[in-house]
Every structure is written in C-alpha cells, then in structure tokens.
Design a protein around this ligand. Structure first.
Ligand code: NI
Length: 169
C-alpha cells in the first residue's frame, strides 16, 4: 500500500516517535509499505512519521532499487558513532522542491533493531551516512531545517506559508 507523504507543517513531523516493542506481521507489512511509498515518491529514505505514523521505524535504499541488498530497515535506531564532516545538498520528501547544503558526519554508525527485534549495526559513509542521521532525526521530530542557518530556514518557512495560502502545499 502506498501512503501519501506528510509535508512540513503537520505536527507529526516535529514530535518524537514512539519506541517499537512488537516485532510482528503488522510491523513487517509497515516496512513493506514504507519501501513502496518511498519508491513511489522517488526517495532514498523514509521515516514512519512521514506517512503519519509516529513509530520509530525508517527505511533506506540509497541505490534506489539497483541493489536489493542495499535495502535497510531500522527499528528504534540511534546514532552510536560519527566521524568527519561533509557538506552536501540534501532534500526531504516532506519538503518537496526544496534542497539545501547541510553539513553532516562523513561516516556514521547506527545501532537499531531489525524486523525480528535483533540488534544490528549499520555503518555508512557519505550518502548512506547522511540518510542514517536524516532518518534518525525524523524519529526524534527533527528535520534538516534545524541544521541550516536561521536565515535560510525562515526563507523556506515563508515560501511554504505562501504555498499553503495558495493551496499548493
Ligand atoms: Ni526527510
């Protein structure tokens, strides 16, 4: 099932999501639906609050379907190690049409659970490192807007307010 993507302005995006304790068929179905919704929206990462579900689960595929082994599901992730810094253009499905340069760690290790509840560690560099911190941020109610200057953030928010008024958001 493809869910519509929740856009900036919806409070679900700005509150911490709930820890997942049940590793059942429902969770596996949610992960499947999240991949489907992410691909439909042409994204490489998606967190559950972005489909209006305030639970700590995110999916990532930085290869966008090229490599089935690159599909990552993170349940209850936390960032346990970061190294270096890298500034690059970053977007978010909840902020369509906007992109900004965001400085993120160059290398990131996330500890999470898989769909069976087993603890896993995922280490990534560059785009995967960026996705790991971006999606984990979502589960903590944070968007990349919090990592750019107040000036740029206000400009984006002003443009969005205008789009909302015009019924285009
Ligand atoms: Ni995002």
């Amino acid at each position: 099932m493809i869910y519509p993507i929740v856009k900036f302005g919806d409070p679900v995006l700005e509150k911490p999501s709930a820890t997942i304790t049940e590793f059942d068929d429902e969770l596996r179905k949610l992960a499947e639906d999240m991949f489907e919704s992410m691909y439909a929206a042409h994204g490489v990462g998606l967190a559950a609050p972005q489909i209006g579900i305030a639970k700590r689960i995110a999916v990532i595929d930085v290869t966008f379907k090229e490599d089935p082994d690159a599909k990552i599901v993170l349940v209850n992730p936390e960032i346990v190690h970061t190294e270096g810094k890298l500034s690059a253009s970053e977007g978010c499905l909840s902020l369509p049409e906007f992109r900004e340069n965001v400085t993120r760690p160059r290398k990131v290790t996330a500890r999470a659970q898989d769909l069976t509840g087993k603890t896993i560690e995922v280490t990534g560099e560059e785009l995967l490192a960026r996705a790991l911190v971006h999606e984990t941020d979502h589960l903590n109610g944070k968007l990349y807007l919090q990592h750019i200057s107040a000036l740029k953030r206000d400009l984006i928010k002003r443009k969005i307010r205008k789009l909302i008024k015009q019924g285009e958001w």
